[in-house]
Design a protein around this ligand. Structure first.
Ligand code: PXP
Length: 239
């Protein structure tokens, strides 16, 4: 099972100062050294974290699977066709949201999605659709021609106890149906070091797409060393 690491949050920290560090491209390189099978970035309409420059450099230096998450807009479709990521994941996007809040409205947006998928396919790029774990959404995804679905694990991740078991069951059912229909299946959102096992144990899943928990852990794991380095520079400054 692939682990594809989303580095958006590294760019979010950079944008807090509109500066040049931390560099998401370096983070992607280190993620690959750590064993990441893929790198994901979400190019948002408002460019609040990852920007066009990041995407262009990542396309040049990332030789594992580069996944471009994007809304199904004309602007983003044109960018995808120009940059040629290894795959595109279509996600819903609202300006005010903190993160992608749910799967794509596959049924409501069916015709528009179909058109977008065809355009991206014409450029030779495989398309994944981020969907809620609903059987109808899986069926319609197949109908409109996607290669892959990414099952939204957010509700599973946020739930506790019995509710979490129910959400896990929903994810498992969606995986089963998608598998029967011959779709490739990914999963992601909200997965962390304590809830990932149940999802990673499901047969038929091709890859897990994880960002927040990995970047959060990286900040803490690196903290001691970062402070130690700064302290050493200060202590030695006067000879
Ligand atoms: N998959 C999709 C489609 C997403 O939008 C996100 C968040 O950017 C993720 C996976 C990763 O979610 P998280 O950051 O909670 O691990």
């Amino acid at each position: 099972m692939k682990l594809c690491v989303n580095v958006d949050h590294v760019a979010t920290i950079r944008q807090a100062r509109r500066g040049i560090e931390p560099e998401p491209v370096f983070a992607a390189g280190l993620a690959v050294l750590g064993g990441a099978d893929g790198i994901t970035v979400h190019l948002r309409e408002d460019r609040r974290h990852i920007n066009d420059r990041d995407l262009n450099i990542l396309r040049e230096v990332v030789f594992v699977e580069l996944n471009l998450e994007m809304a199904a807009t004309h602007e983003m479709t044109d960018i995808a066709i120009k940059v040629m990521p290894d795959m595109v994941t279509l996600v819903p996007e609202k300006r005010q949201e903190l993160t992608t809040e749910g799967g794509v409205d596959v049924i409501g947006q069916k015709e528009h999605l179909k058109e977008t998928i065809e355009k991206i396919h014409d450029a030779g790029i495989p398309v994944s659709l981020f969907i809620n774990p609903h059987i109808m959404d899986v069926d319609v995804s197949k109908e409109i021609g996607v290669d892959m679905v990414e099952i939204h694990t957010g509700l599973y991740s946020n739930a506790k106890g019995k509710r979490q078991e129910e959400e896990l069951h929903r994810v498992m059912e969606a995986v089963k149906i998608a598998d029967k229909l011959g779709l490739m299946i990914n999963a992601g959102h909200g997965l962390n070091y304590s809830n990932v096992r149940n999802i990673a144990a499901i047969d038929g899943i091709r890859g897990l797409y994880i960002g927040h928990s990995i970047i959060s852990r990286a900040v803490l794991i690196g903290m001691k060393e970062a402070v130690r380095e700064m302290k050493e520079i200060i202590v030695r400054a006067k000879g």
